[in-house]
Design a protein around this ligand. Structure first.
Ligand code: PAF
Length: 315
């Protein structure tokens, strides 16, 4: 079988150039097969593997990209410190049944003189967009490029990055990408910490402090079960959990409309609670859907923290 330059490492194939990736994708499409795609920045954990397994269900062929995208990091952010280990990633992707790992270079993705970026107007003015100016322009630009290169039928993203998922969905609609965008529930450690590649940067002391994100979501859900609907009170309860650790710095704690991300004052229906916290020098995010009156939101069961029905929770 011709692999158009794909390099064989064990069973999984890696493709490094845009030209080879496009050729592979064209060939697969000509054979009437479907491609499910998981864009990543690598350093895989169980959350990534869940996305890959979801992709396996969505297409005949699964492509995962590993590219730490420089344009979505601000000048003072952790681009250099972002963890990387491609050999470990390849072994893990292989275990999840991935066909191709696409590892383009920055020079190939952003050749000298590249000067076109995708900017969205409304959703990025909330949450992470406020503290990370330009971040979503970098995300949208790289995801649009990856969609053009990989040409997938479906793409899977984690709901831990709720705002990113919403922004990518909107771009896909607005720019007429023929890609089915699939959101996957957040995968958590047994104690509730949301899986993130950045967790690898937490020493044991910071790892303990990082639990405040899950605990703040749980605190707000507990208050809702007690009948509290005032958003300011819910946010206060959450913030108390975070500031209990001197290592923590609140970036934001917000309760907002899950679609528009506009702030709300009172819980009357499903609402997104989203937070970002600097734990030492590691910035972590998390979120949950608050649903008043929904008794299934038992925060002791961390697998149910997305607010989605238990059958959709993973791990
Ligand atoms: O969520 C991520 O890992 C990144 O933002 C993405 C979508 C791969 C774009 O670089």
């Amino acid at each position: 079988m011709a692999w158009f330059g794909a390099r064989r490492r064990g069973i999984i194939q890696t493709i490094r150039t845009i030209t080879e990736m496009k050729a592979w994708s064209d060939r697969i499409r000509q054979a009437q097969e479907t491609i499910a795609f998981v864009p990543t920045m690598g350093y895989f954990h169980a959350g990534h593997l869940a996305l890959m397994r979801e992709a396996r269900r969505r297409g005949n062929r699964v492509v995962v990209s590993v590219f730490v995208n420089p344009t979505q990091f601000g000048p003072k952010e952790d681009f250099n410190a972002y963890p990387r280990d491609i050999d470990r990633d390849l072994a893990m992707a292989e275990s999840a049944g991935v066909d191709i790992v696409f590892t383009p270079s920055a020079a190939d993705m952003y050749p000298a003189g590249a000067d076109t970026f995708i900017r969205q107007e409304r959703l990025p003015v909330h949450l992470c967009g406020l503290s990370r100016p330009g971040h979503f322009t970098g995300v949208l630009t790289v995801v649009a490029k990856l969609f053009n290169i990989v040409n997938p039928h479906a793409a899977v993203f984690g709901q831990k990055d709720w705002q990113q998922l919403a922004i990518i969905r909107k771009m896909t609609t607005d720019l007429n990408f023929d890609v089915d965008i699939i959101g996957h529930p957040t995968v958590r450690e047994p104690d509730g910490l949301a899986m993130s590649s950045r967790n690898a940067r937490l020493d044991p002391n910071l790892r303990e402090a990082a639990l405040c994100l899950y605990r703040s979501l749980a605190a707000a859900e507990g208050q809702i079960r007690n009948g509290v609907t005032d958003v300011a009170a819910l946010i206060r309860a959450a913030e108390k959990q975070i500031t209990a650790y001197p290592q923590n710095r609140i970036d934001y704690v917000r309760i907002c409309d899950p679609d528009t991300l506009d702030d709300i004052n009172t819980i009357t229906g499903p609402a997104l609670m989203a937070l970002a916290v600097g734990v030492g020098d590691v910035r972590l995010i998390d979120n949950t859907l608050l649903r008043p009156g929904d008794q299934s939101l038992d925060t002791r069961d961390c697998r149910n923290m997305t607010g989605l029905p238990k059958t959709q929770s993973k791990e």
